[in-house]
Design a protein around this ligand. Structure first.
Ligand code: GAP
Length: 491
């Protein structure tokens, strides 16, 4: 599905659209509408459920989004969080130097030095896409949004460029509160802000976006072990090594010849989340190893998580071994001791599991859209905008009342959409179009025998189920059982 198509469907049905749209929009900002919000919240909750249960010592925190400028001096973002930029001599248009090259030469230039980018732009005679003018030399542009806080003696601050820093500044306190154990995991699901030079591709490159990041603090001497490695040892991971052109499958055990066991264990869990919880097809997923030039300035090992979308394999997350880069930076600038005492005194290292929530939501939309005789979304059952729709066949004879009663009952545990207007076929179609996996219809027979019809979005199969069995039905259906096994099939 193309991005134009996604944008059109997203606006028409109510997933997302440009921020401040009634004023012409603000580039790099998007508003989630009612369906997009529902999917995003469900994605976030599935993420919490999966990653926070990897260890009893993993928790979520919610620090402030705007932070002291020293946080980003210590983290290195003030100096190093920069993108290469070129300005058109004629019209003043700014472009990201590596991206304009990528656009023309269909190769990745991330991490290449500014001078080299400049030479390539000259060599290939690349001009401004807006006016065909020539570019000035390549410069650097810092992505943090500076702001000042307060009226009197305004203080410089930044909205965080990554959620991760919210964890590091709270590390020492949390370690105390959580009874001084390693590994310790602290997660944040929240906003990050980057003044991107050229925001583009809908939710892929925004200036305000949501990250879900888990920082795992561990003893660096234990990086070659993970107590639960047996769970993943024989699992095949889909990886693309720097030197290869094609991705391949390799067992977690084989991968430990190249990477530490602690790292590989978490890669396997990340893959499981994408394939088993989000149900992306295996061939659309891969880990991509980054070269030394491509790696973020804070990473020793850096593998992107990629999904194949309409414009090719796209980064939607990453597994980052950040060493003690951040804790030692904060220790130096804040003068607070960040070392801890377990059986010895150490400065913990960090493994970061990082995800862009918006990119994942866009991937769900792109990869689940189907167009045949029906237009519909095949979202996994647990991340569809509504779990279930409830319809009375007609609005009279007490059907509306019984359907309302069932809707209220289901709403105790599920998100439910109620619709009592239009033909039943149209109502099914409307729910297919927004990817609701299950529709429940109350008809005249329901008044007599206290049963209802349930229809599966994907197979369009229908079964008849007793109202008193609905709770059990829902529990099993949303755990993944086939509808046909859960009731009497309606021919
Ligand atoms: N804490 C590590 C970190 O921030 P990153 O690769 O810069 O690493 C993590 O960002 C994830 O955030 C990316 O994998 C991507 O999914 C998402 N992301 C980054 N920049 C983004 C942007 N401008 N718009 C939307 N999502 C973005």
């Amino acid at each position: 599905m193309t991005q134009e198509k996604i944008e059109e469907v997203a606006r028409r049905r109510g997933f997302f659209w440009k921020g401040s749209e009634i004023y012409g929009g603000l580039s790099g900002f998007y508003d989630y509408a009612h369906l997009g919000s529902a999917i995003k919240i469900k994605w976030e909750n599935e993420w919490r459920k999966f990653f926070l249960s990897l260890d009893d010592n993993f928790f979520e925190i919610q620090p402030a989004n705007i932070m002291h400028e020293k946080v980003f001096i210590a983290s290195g973002h003030v100096d190093s969080f920069v993108d290469p930029v070129v300005k058109c001599k004629k019209c003043g248009n700014f472009e990201r130097a590596d991206q304009i090259l990528e656009h023309h030469l269909k190769e990745n230039f991330e991490g290449i030095e500014p001078k080299e980018l400049e030479n390539l732009i000259k060599k290939h005679d690349i001009k401004c896409p807006k006016c065909e003018g020539k570019f000035e030399e390549v410069g650097s542009f810092n992505l943090l949004f500076p702001l000042t806080v307060g009226a009197e003696n305004p203080q410089k601050a930044y909205p965080r460029g990554e959620t991760a820093q919210g964890v590091y500044v709270n590390f020492a306190r949390e370690f105390e509160c959580l009874r001084k154990k390693l590994p310790m995991g602290l997660a944040i699901v929240g906003k990050a802000y980057r003044n991107e030079i050229s925001p583009r591709n809908l939710l892929l490159r925004m200036r305000e976006f949501t990250q879900a990041e888990l920082q795992i603090f561990f003893d660096p001497e234990k990086i070659e072990e993970h107590p639960k490695f047996e769970e993943v040892r024989t699992e095949k991971l889909r990886v693309l090594f720097v030197k290869n052109k094609e991705s391949k499958e390799i067992t977690a055990e084989e991968l430990t010849n190249r990477l530490p066991q602690f790292y590989v264990y978490h890669m396997a869990k990340v893959q499981k989340f994408f394939l088993e919880v989000m149900k992306f097809p295996k061939e659309k997923f891969r880990f991509k190893e980054l070269s030394e030039e491509e790696r973020a300035f804070y990473n020793k090992y850096h593998w992107d998580v990629e999904l194949e979308l309409s414009n090719g394999f796209t980064e939607v997350g990453g597994v980052h071994y950040r060493t003690d880069h951040d804790l030692s930076g904060h220790q130096k600038v804040s003068k607070e001791d960040m070392s801890v005492f377990t059986d010895k005194k150490i400065l913990p290292h960090v493994l970061e599991l990082s995800f862009g929530v918006d990119r994942n939501v866009l991937a769900l939309l792109e990869l689940n859209y189907r167009e045949d005789e029906r237009n519909f979304f095949t979202f996994p059952r647990n991340v569809s905008p509504f779990h279930c729709a409830v319809f009375p066949l007609v609005k009279k004879d007490g059907l509306d009342e019984l359907a309302t009663e069932i809707k209220e009952l289901l709403k105790e545990n599920l998100s439910v959409f109620y619709d009592n207007s239009g033909s039943i076929g149209r109502r099914y179609r409307r729910m297919d179009e927004i990817g609701v996996p299950l529709c429940l219809t109350v008809d005249h027979k329901s008044l007599e025998d206290k049963t209802v019809t349930l229809r599966d979005r994907d197979s369009m199969a229908q079964v008849r189920v007793k109202i008193s069995d609905l709770e059990d039905f829902m529990r099993r259906f949303f755990k993944g059982e086939d509808l046909q096994n859960l009731g009497v099939i309606v021919k």
